[in-house]
Design a binder for this molecule. Structure first.
Ligand code: SF4
Ligand code: SF4
Length: 301
């Protein structure tokens, strides 16, 4: 059963028209700039808000696993042993704890997506499956079933993906999917490995295959200053596209730090010093390179 961190209604940044975006939990990548770090692990995860916590120690008292110990008024959590039962979330009077991730059946997700069908019809919208990495969900048959279910109801499905999954998965959902929001995070394999955690070969191979199979692709380029925004990186994207890959649109996504507070709440480090957006002038320079494809280049999602 897939685990979901959020179902966002009336979304206008995740594809055409008004959409319902379903954010799945679990991702094989580890982008240094990830703004949904709570979506990376498959299992439900506990977040703790330092500002709200009074250090009362009640969560340590009631945790059935005894995974919390109080140290100088701070509840320290052993995340390996936390089962995600949610008792401490319910019991904390200050609402200092929350749980990210809830298992949902395909039927529940179909019902959630179907509720706003009238808005989709009026706006040309639909449902977007995002994450995390939806193409990495196990068992993947449930994602195929979900896409087919929406398709049979006449609801458009967009897939927001890093492209890091076996090709067979793309092939199996292609008949039911309207468009793919497809990321290229870096063209240089070493840069990709250093900042994303995996090589980009599979991602680029899948992009070629998806284009050859007639998939509607909206390319998305997250841009982080000094990491993946050099002229060389973007000229490599241009060369790739001019080599016969057809995309409908190119989105430039300058870095933003909207997710940085979540790292502390998850007890993780955030490499803030290394991350910054490109300047507006540089963004325009990169957009100009990509306009040579003849494809619309837009800023943002
Ligand atoms: S998280 Fe809640 S229950 Fe635990 S110490 Fe803080 S305020 Fe108390
Ligand atoms: S979610 Fe459950 S197991 Fe995890 S810390 Fe809270 S009470 Fe303990």
């Amino acid at each position: 059963m897939p685990s979901v961190i959020d179902i966002q209604k009336y979304s206008i940044h995740d594809g055409d028209g008004i959409r319902t975006s379903i954010f799945f939990k679990g991702c094989p990548l580890r982008c240094a700039w990830c703004h949904n770090p709570e979506s990376q692990q498959k299992k439900p995860e506990l977040l703790w808000n330092r500002e709200k916590c009074t250090g009362c120690g009640w969560c340590a008292e009631i945790c059935p696993q005894k995974t919390i110990i109080m140290e100088h008024g701070v509840p320290l959590l052993d995340r390996e042993r936390c089962t995600g039962c949610g008792n401490c979330v319910i019991e904390c009077l200050e609402s200092a704890r929350s749980l990210s991730g809830e298992y949902k059946t395909v039927r529940q997700l179909l019902e959630a997506g179907e509720k706003d069908q009238i808005f989709y019809e009026e706006s040309g919208g639909g449902v977007t499956l995002s994450g995390g990495e939806v193409m990495a969900i196990q068992p993947f048959e449930e994602i195929v079933e979900l896409c087919r279910g929406f398709f049979e109801k006449g609801i458009s499905v967009f897939i927001d993906t890093s492209g890091f999954a076996p090709w067979e998965r793309f092939d199996s959902i292609l008949p039911y999917v309207t468009a793919f929001l497809y990321d290229i995070k870096a063209m240089d394999p070493e840069t990709h490995k250093k900042w994303v955690g995996v090589d980009n070969k599979l991602i680029l191979d899948n992009l070629r295959k998806l284009s050859a199979a007639g998939g509607d692709i909206r390319l998305r380029l997250p841009l982080i200053s000094g990491i993946n925004d050099s002229r060389e990186q973007i000229e490599a994207v241009l060369k790739l596209l001019q080599g016969g890959i057809h995309v409908r649109k190119i989105h430039l996504l300058p870095y933003h730090d909207i997710g940085k507070n979540k790292y502390a709440r998850l007890g993780r480090e955030y490499n803030e010093a290394a991350l910054a957006p490109p300047t507006p002038e540089h963004l325009e320079e990169l957009a100009e390179i990509l306009r040579q494809t003849g494809v619309p280049v837009v800023m943002g999602g």
